[in-house]
Design a protein around this ligand. Structure first.
Ligand code: NDP
Ligand code: 8X3
Length: 279
């Protein structure tokens, strides 16, 4: 019998349909108030899934819920750096949103583009707290349920900055290298549990708030980053996330690295000033 019909015949509300019946299942998306997170929420709902949408700006999330429907999207005000708040939010998920099939850890940020000697330690602390500590806190809170159910998917937002160095990338790139290695270690440790892990590692992506945040709200400077080139879009990244999430259950997509055609690598640099340490 067709699944929804079988559920109806069994007297079960379609509201509590688990992943197998809803196809793409329930996603817990951090950073859902903007950029990749918001685009992913839209694509998940369009594919028939449900979303727990988490971020600090609740008014943005409420607007998204109004757009996509409160039966499909639950807005949750959350600062991923607050461990107690993360644990409480996961424990308080209401029926219909409490069986999380996929977590998308998109909350993250870059602050500043100064070289290390000029960079601000407060910015470094905030990137580490959000991109590393926040990501592992959310993941740790959702993993036991996934392991218990024998299915689930952790999808982390890394970056090409975690693999390829560039001036000003210092701690931002290092946090994304952390995300890459954390993802691979998770894969290894979740061996045999049925829980999948994917790290999505994009290059330059426009149309999000990423560069505005990096440059302290300077919209002009943020716009110049993408001048004269065609960056990736948030929809491109959401498409990669949905693709990884909708593979057959025996397939694990470990890492997806994607860049705009306009961006590539430039190789090593040499300081021709006489020798190591010479000025
Ligand atoms: P945006 O700035 O558009 O979105 C970032 C999201 O993170 C916002 O929803 C913001 O919500 C949320 N966020 C930030 N801090 C916190 C926090 N402490 N607690 C909860 N949520 C938080 O950026 P993108 O969508 O472009 O980036 C998403 C991810 O992808 C980031 O991890 C970024 O590093 C990574 N990335 C981005 C690339 C790009 O070029 N855009 C390329 C490669 C990777 P709120 O402020 O409401 O809390
Ligand atoms: C963001 C991509 O190239 O601006 O992670 O660092 S890049």
């Amino acid at each position: 019998m067709h699944e929804p019909l079988r559920l109806r015949a069994a007297g079960l509300p379609l509201d509590c349909v688990p992943m197998a019946e809803t196809g793409i299942g329930t996603f817990f998306i951090t950073g859902a108030s903007s950029g990749f997170g918001a685009a992913t929420a839209r694509q998940v709902v369009a594919a028939g899934g449900r979303v727990v949408a988490a971020a600090r700006r609740i008014e943005r999330l409420s607007a998204l819920a109004a757009e996509l429907g409160t039966k499909r999207l639950l807005p949750v005000a959350l600062d991923v750096r607050d461990r107690a708040a993360v644990e409480a939010a996961v424990a308080a998920l209401p029926k219909g949103f409490d069986v999380v099939d996929t977590v998308v850890n998109s909350a993250g940020l870059a602050l500043g583009l100064q070289n290390a000697p000029q960079a601000h330690l407060d910015d470094w602390d905030r990137m580490i707290d959000t991109n590393c500590r926040g990501l592992v806190t959310v993941t740790r809170a959702l993993l036991p349920g996934m392991v218990e159910r024998g299915r689930g998917h952790v999808i982390n937002l890394g970056s090409v900055a975690g693999t390829y160095p560039y001036p000003g990338g210092n701690v931002y790139g290092a946090t994304k290298a952390f995300v890459h290695q954390f993802s691979l270690n998770l894969r290894s440790e979740l061996h045999g549990t049925g829980v999948r892990v994917t790290c999505i590692e994009p290059g330059m992506c426009g149309g999000t708030e990423f560069s505005q945040v990096r440059f302290g709200g300077d919209v002009k400077k943020a716009g110049e980053v993408y001048a004269g080139m065609q960056p990736l879009t948030a929809e491109d990244i959401a498409g990669a996330i949905l693709w990884a999430a909708s593979q057959p259950k025996h397939v694990n997509v470990n890492v997806i690295e994607l860049m705009p055609v306009s961006q590539s690598l430039a190789g090593f640099q040499v300081a021709r000033n006489g020798g190591a340490g010479d000025r």
